[in-house]
Design a protein around this ligand. Structure first.
Ligand code: TNX
Length: 519
């Protein structure tokens, strides 16, 4: 039997008691209406892993059961739960559907690694240690970006990734759907975005894996029905899918489909290289309307209150050179080319506001004027986030120095292509989303933090596993657990003894603690 010192992320408080609750075929499960998703999930995973059906209780079986109740007044805060295990019952009181779901996740961890398998291979009984867990997240935005533009991830891999985020009590999946190298979302009004923009051709020099490109043909996209399915699947697991359509840069795939949206009229291919690209959108009325129409379809598919408009890495050479752009700036009353960048993003943010949504943008957006309500994703460090918070904007901390999962996790010839800075598991664990120089009066502006899986060099779900795990586990504890509960040595113990066996049971191909897996 396991005890409570196996939990990841570490809960707020744990009070162990004597004894155990034993689960068997008679164990019942009752749930309040708001906790039905958690109940469905528990029945599904324990049905598969433990052969336990967890039938609803009836008058004569009412005693030995699991109860999932919703009561915001009795629970420890939003997304929080109180879990009490006695030999007679398992009682959860949660603040909301998410809290009930996180309690269910905690229960699965307490049952041991075999509870993470898809079929029952367990010998002996299934039991839970007695005690009380009181738990709630430190931050409301516990995000992970997955870049499905550089390499398309099949829908089943996305669903699996959602399950993995949920198992770590993360609640935002930021889907980077478009970039120079591929457009991955069906847009009904503009079918060429996926007919042309979703496919990248191989290079004439052939396959070559290096820093600049891989030379291979690649492609794929999600239909709107696929994306609605991902959204619904994530929602059942407490996860909001925040879609990103990146403008006005990182758009060569769109330009390959609709060259008239660009500044040069040149016919372009979906970009076969990695890096920053000079081909950006024209600030014409037609291009602005086109992308406003794209965002109309995005909000129709994604109910998320927040939608990302991108805004990162926009070289302005084409705007500087173009007489059309000069004319346009005159019309708009703008004197600096750089002002066009924030102007363009404002057109998107305002359209989203018309739909009752808030725009999220990478921190380049904060170099210009921002409409009220816009959220800044601080990625080139933490300074932009600190400044945006001081200006009264909400912030999600995503600093590349600390939380980029595509970055190398060790210096070793057997590691995959070495991207960016060295970011070890321990570096991830030591990161804190509230920087020392943040004015405490603006702390509430930091909604949380987000870790990024950029996929230039991750061409399959296997490679995503290797990059993301186990560092994502450390990140989960950073955004969930109280600051004072963080203890690196204890985390490393829980990870090695309890959590990696869970990931093994799930078939996650994480990077071993001992060193790289040479493939
Ligand atoms: C910068 S982070 C980017 C991405 C790249 C990443 C590689 C950000 C907003 N832009 O386009 O994939 O670096 O680490």
């Amino acid at each position: 039997m396991t005890s409570f010192d196996c939990l990841v992320p570490q809960p707020v408080t744990v009070t162990p008691a004597e004894g155990a609750f034993v689960l068997d075929s008679r164990t019942t499960l009752v749930a309040d209406p708001g906790a039905e998703a958690a109940a469905r999930w528990l029945r599904r995973v324990l049905g598969a892993a433990a052969g336990l059906a967890l039938p609803p209780s009836t008058v004569d079986t009412a005693a030995a059961g699991i109860e999932l109740r919703i009561d915001p007044d009795a629970a420890p805060g939003p997304e929080g739960y109180r879990l009490e295990i006695t030999p007679a019952a398992v009682r959860v009181v949660a603040a909301d559907a998410s809290g009930a779901f996180y309690a269910a996740q905690t229960l699965r961890q307490l049952l041991g690694a075999d509870a993470f398998r898809a079929a029952n291979v367990h010998s002996g009984e299934w039991s839970l240690p007695c005690g009380v867990v009181v738990d709630r997240p430190r931050f409301g935005w516990r995000g992970c970006l997955l870049d499905v533009a550089r390499h398309f991830m099949p829908k089943d891999a996305l669903l699996r990734f959602v399950d993995l985020l949920a198992a770590h009590k993360l609640n935002v999946l930021h889907l980077h759907l478009t970039d120079d190298q591929g457009w991955r979302m069906e847009i009904k009004r503009y079918p060429r975005l996926t007919e042309v923009g979703a496919w990248r051709h191989g290079s004439r020099v052939g396959w070559r894996l290096d820093d600049s490109h891989d030379g291979r043909p690649h492609g794929g996209y999600y239909t709107q029905a696929d994306l609605r399915e991902v959204v619904a699947y994530a929602a059942e697991r407490g996860i909001t899918v925040v879609p990103e359509v990146d403008v006005p840069g990182h758009v060569q795939a769109a330009l390959a489909a609709y060259p008239e949206l660009g500044n040069t009229g040149e016919r372009l291919d979906v970009w076969p290289l990695w890096g920053v690209n000079e081909n950006i959108l024209s600030p014409s009325d037609a291009a602005v309307k086109f992308f406003q129409n794209v965002f109309d379809e995005v909000v129709d598919v994604f109910p998320s209150p927040v939608v990302c408009v991108g805004g990162d890495e926009v070289p302005m050479v084409q705007w500087e050179r173009s007489p059309d752009v000069r004319r346009r700036m005159g019309e708009l009353g703008l004197s600096e080319v750089a002002e066009l960048h924030s102007w363009f993003l404002r057109q998107m943010a305002e359209r989203l506001a018309d739909h009752g949504r808030r725009a999220l943008g990478w921190d380049e957006m904060a170099e210009g004027e921002m409409p009220e309500g816009v959220i800044v994703a601080s990625w080139r460090g933490e300074e932009a986030g600190v400044l945006a918070a001081a200006r009264g904007h909400d912030v999600v901390m995503c600093p590349e120095q600390h939380v980029y999962l595509d970055h190398r996790q060790a210096e070793h010839p057997d590691e995959p292509v070495p991207v960016g800075f060295l970011s070890t598991l321990q570096d991830f664990y030591r990161y804190d989303p509230l920087p020392a120089d943040l004015d405490p009066a603006t702390e509430h502006r930091v909604l949380g933090a987000q870790t990024q899986v950029w996929t230039e060099h991750l061409d399959s779900p296997r490679r995503v596993d290797y990059a993301a795990f186990p560092r994502l586990v450390a990140f989960a504890e950073v955004v969930w657990s109280p600051r004072q509960a963080r203890d690196l040595a204890d985390f490393e113990r829980r990870l090695a003894e309890h959590h990696l066996p869970r990931l093994d049971a799930l078939g996650v191909e994480y990077r071993p603690l001992t060193g790289p897996r040479p493939w």
